[in-house]
Design a protein around this ligand. Sequence first.
Ligand code: NAP
Length: 305
Amino acid sequence: MKYIEFGSEKKKVSVIGVGCMRIADMTADEIDVFVKSAMESGINFFDHADIYAGGKSEEVFGTVLAAEPSLRDKMFLQSKVGINSGMYDFSRERILTQVEKSLANLRTDHLDSLLLHRPDVLMDPDEVMEAFRILHDSGKVLDFGVSNMNPYQMQLLKTGVTYPIAADQMQLSIAHCPMIDAGFNVNTMNDGGTMRDGGTLEYCRMNDTAIQAWSPLQQGFFGGCFLGSKDYPELNALLDKIAAEKGVSPDTIAYAWILRLPGKVQVITGTTKSARIASAAAAGDVELTRREWYDLYLAAGKILP
Ligand SMILES: NC(=O)c1ccc[n+]([C@@H]2O[C@H](COP(=O)([O-])OP(=O)(O)OC[C@H]3O[C@@H](n4cnc5c(N)ncnc54)[C@H](OP(=O)(O)O)[C@@H]3O)[C@@H](O)[C@H]2O)c1
């Protein structure tokens, strides 16, 4: 497993994170095994949001810490705030209220990281800063970041917020990588040349902001897993081939493809299966060659001008 130094605290955080969006229906026994097997494979990073299953995902996870509080210090816990019943809401009140709920649900006294979940165009950066300062000064949140934000939105936030933006969590997989397509197709008339994210990869790299890839195995917006999908025959054939050569499974290669990007990059897997957590963790030890990386990109149906 590889680790990055995260935010101002410089905590050592695994490049593979366990996304907890889909865990709400696990029993106490299942979640206990799931979390511990992830930690045994070197993963210390767990990603939550106040809205996952209406707070139930955090609650289910909290049962593990309630039973064994000593695990908390070995974990890096991140949650998100800012989505509020059909609107995005970065108001001071919403941020403070939801963080209290997340802390109670997770059975912890602090979050290692708090992300603003989706950009609220009505945000007031000074108001966000007020909320962040209260959370930071009270020790309830150690570092801050964003999700689904482009560079100008991060710059705007920084007009008020003086804490570093430690991470930007973005949808990113071999099958969904407009951030990468745009970089290859600058100034062309190709579809890939449409700039959808404003240069987020480059911005994050220049500003020591970690890119956290969400839905690393999904096609489209929750369109299903591309592994084994008939929509991606060439990609699956190549993933299988490289996986066999390296003695790992195809999902490991799909995660390693994301981690091959320079800068601080993390993958948030959404699997609920311990065996699949193990193959995600294995990606932290696989380094793809430049040739393999580009061949996988092309096999996913992308073009290079
Ligand atoms: N910031 C945001 O806006 C945002 C948005 C969405 C998600 N997220 C975060 O990102 C995390 C991951 O998102 P995600 O769950 O969409 O990611 P994902 O890992 O791409 O997808 C997970 C889904 O794929 C299935 N899957 C995994 N491996 C598979 C395989 N080899 N074959 C077939 N199916 C497979 C899983 O089923 P099994 O459980 O059966 O393995 C699960 O249903 C979330 O938990 C959340 O923390 C953030």
